[in-house]
Design a protein around this ligand. Structure first.
Ligand code: G1P
Length: 293
């Protein structure tokens, strides 16, 4: 069975929900504790065995590329000052030479279009897609769990991570219809992007992690605009599901929708509380703040 070697990270979004922070800084570079969102998601992909990291960027996103490059001046200074632990951290996290690719989505036509922009870089092999707005805190990363499931489901399978949300929130996401169970996964009977309130097929939403077969690119080529006037990956996946097996996978872990202010702030608290080196001190500060309310 061919492994999933490549992952796409769509990072072209404008991040208007975080203005003015995102006026000059890409939203993917906002930090959760001391790491940019995009680094958290790349780490998840790397842990899952991904070898090639494909970023679909846009104008004013150059700093993301810089983040995954060496910073020689900084390395020099850290070395001079004997800050070996910091140096080691920078080197450990650097993707190896030749394992990152960057392409641009020249016009913001939607997530489906962003994925299509990576078609030449992915080629004819199954790939992962990770949306950096979504962080999943789990002992084993969400994509790693999905790849384990994919191995059981078979070579031609497509898999999306799903989770339950309260029914009054389904209109904000892609929602799946639920079919037969297959282990931790179940076959998908339908998918709809941002269904109008009260019309969702279930309360299981697509969480921002996907394993897709390369046929999705041909479909995206002719995909018409859908919800919000954008070319939607969900609509293209629905067409792909007519010919190839499609599964929803309920992963283990807690999700943070860092595209929203509350989700982003909650992620910072949760990730800080999970960190050995700052947990105790941070908890004291948090309790003080909560006590004042
Ligand atoms: C995108 C997808 C949607 C998915 C969501 C997860 O929507 O189109 O299907 O449920 O991410 O966060 P967006 O958040 O970009 O509107």
């Amino acid at each position: 069975m061919s492994p999933i070697r490549k992952a796409i990270f769509p990072v072209a979004g404008l991040g208007t929900r975080f203005l003015p922070a995102t006026k000059a800084v890409p939203k993917e570079m906002l930090t959760v504790v001391d790491r940019p969102l995009i680094q958290h998601v790349v780490d998840e992909a790397r842990e899952a065995g991904i070898e090639h990291f494909i970023f679909v960027t846009g104008r004013n996103k150059g700093v993301i590329e810089d983040h995954f490059d060496r910073q020689l001046e900084l390395e020099f200074t850290l070395n001079e000052r004997g800050k070996h632990a910091d140096l080691e951290l920078l080197n450990r996290e650097l993707p190896s030479a030749g394992t990152t690719s960057f392409t641009r989505q020249q016009t913001p036509l939607g997530l489906g279009h962003a994925v299509w922009c990576a078609r030449e870089l992915v080629g004819r092999e199954p790939f992962a897609l990770l949306l950096p707005d979504v962080l999943v805190q789990a002992p084993r990363g969400c994509l790693g769990q999905m790849i384990d499931a994919y191995r059981e489901l078979g070579e031609r399978a497509n898999v999306v991570a799903v989770e339950e949300v309260p029914p009054d929130r389904t209109h904000m996401y892609g929602v799946v219809g639920v079919g037969e169970r297959r282990g931790k996964a179940f076959s998908i009977t339908g998918m709809v992007e941002k269904p109008p309130r009260g019309s969702a097929p279930s309360n299981l939403i697509i969480t921002g992690r996907y394993i897709l077969q390369p046929e999705i690119f041909e479909i995206l080529q002719t995909q018409e605009r859908g919800a919000g006037g954008e070319i939607q990956i969900t609509d293209a996946m629905m067409r792909l599901a007519l010919n190839l097996p499609f599964y929803g996978f309920k992963f283990e872990g807690r999700t943070f929708d860092c595209g929203s202010k509350i989700g982003f702030l909650a992620a910072n608290v949760a990730y800080a509380l999970a960190r050995e080196d700052i947990r105790a001190e941070f908890r004291v500060e948090l309790e003080k703040l909560l006590g004042e309310k």
